[in-house]
Write a protein that binds this ligand. Sequence first.
Ligand code: GAP
Length: 446
Amino acid sequence: MESKPTLEDIVSLAKRRGFVYQGSEIYGGLAGTWDYGPLGTLLKRNIVSEWLKFFVDSWDDMYQIDSAILMNPKVWQASGHVDTFTDPLVECSNCHNRLRADHILEDAVNLTEEDLKSAKCPVCGKTGTLGEARQFNLMFKTTVGPIEDEKNIAYLRPETAQGMFTNYKNILDTFYPDLPFGVAQVGKAFRNEISPRDFLFRVREFEIMEFEYFLPENLWEAKFEKWRKDMHSWFKHLGLPEDKIKEIEVPEADRAHYSKRTIDFHYDFPSLGFDEVGGLAYRTDFDLKNHQEHSGKDMSYRPKDGSEPFIPHVIEPTFGVDRNFLAVLSSAYSEDEQGGEKRVFLKLPLHLAPVKAAVFPLLKNKPELVSKAKEVHKLLRKQGIGEVMFDDNGNIGKRYRRQDEIGTPHTITIDFQTLEDDTVTIRDRDTTEQERVKTNDLTPKA
Ligand code: GAP
């Protein structure tokens, strides 16, 4: 049975099974924030660690860093974020909601006052109530130190990229890499989105995995093409079907201020349709040049063959962790019928599944079964295959249902026959078929 979940199905499963909870829920929440529960944390951790293996650990020319979220505000002046990291904001004079103008009208770039006047407020439905659009800066402001004045303003970083540009010179001085080389970073970013929406899709606090790939200008087109293909392979590695990933060439008018070419990767999200899950940008030498100008520090690269120093250009592949997570959850969400009943299960690839296997004693009130199940559980945990769960709650049907819903690929049951011949049943999540195997065969062979 083909299952086409809605976003509501995903949100409900995420909450029901401990993947994602509303942020500050007991106080009524805080718009644009979500908390990852135990299973969501494991799934997110698996996505990030696969990304590191895929893009960082397997490359000789990648350097991972972890820079501070708070940076000198001059960074954001040099990067252009203070002046241009804005979205158009309009207010409705009837319901007083503040909205993103480009989410009301498609052609936001050429938005005129007339367009807005004739548009309908999407919240209260009135026409002619939307005011003039003004640019709203998305950076969260705070003050550093005990004196709350203008001089001490700092911003929560809206992207992780700038920490990589400001450390580019340090990497050069400590590791002497040849060009091209990349600096990678995974971390939190904050944007004061005008209208956070659609669960994890548009939030105010989120995580980015991205790298800046420094190279001579003449290589940018070839490398851009290479990273474009690698990004496709990454989405495949996440188990996302090819027909649900689309490339969008971003026209100049819609590109970020630093980009000469951008391709956005869109995923077909439930209820939302195709929307951005990652992007690939050619940032030219925009950032390093601006940091050189604003900081007064030389950002040029000195080729080892003694030729003229130059400022490298940069290609940036970027991935929203939360959107990758949402895409994985959505694509794994499946339904079928088992024994005349609807079953929901997550068809997660083994390398992403938060729980790799679950071990059950057939009956929880038989100490000999429980102790054998605990022994098998311990054995599997020792193998370092990832999270292995012990579950003796409720009847066996309920335990299968729970494990299916969290995407556990294999469930192992200890029954009376186990005590006689040391065999267990192992059940496959997707087919629900079971086979009997020796306990020793559960151990991966060297
Ligand atoms: N350094 C480049 C950069 O930050 P971006 O396209 O603005 O590029 C990177 O953001 C990725 O972060 C996006 O591709 C998207 O997946 C994710 N993202 C952006 N804004 C987001 C938000 N408000 N909530 C969740 N994810 C977001």
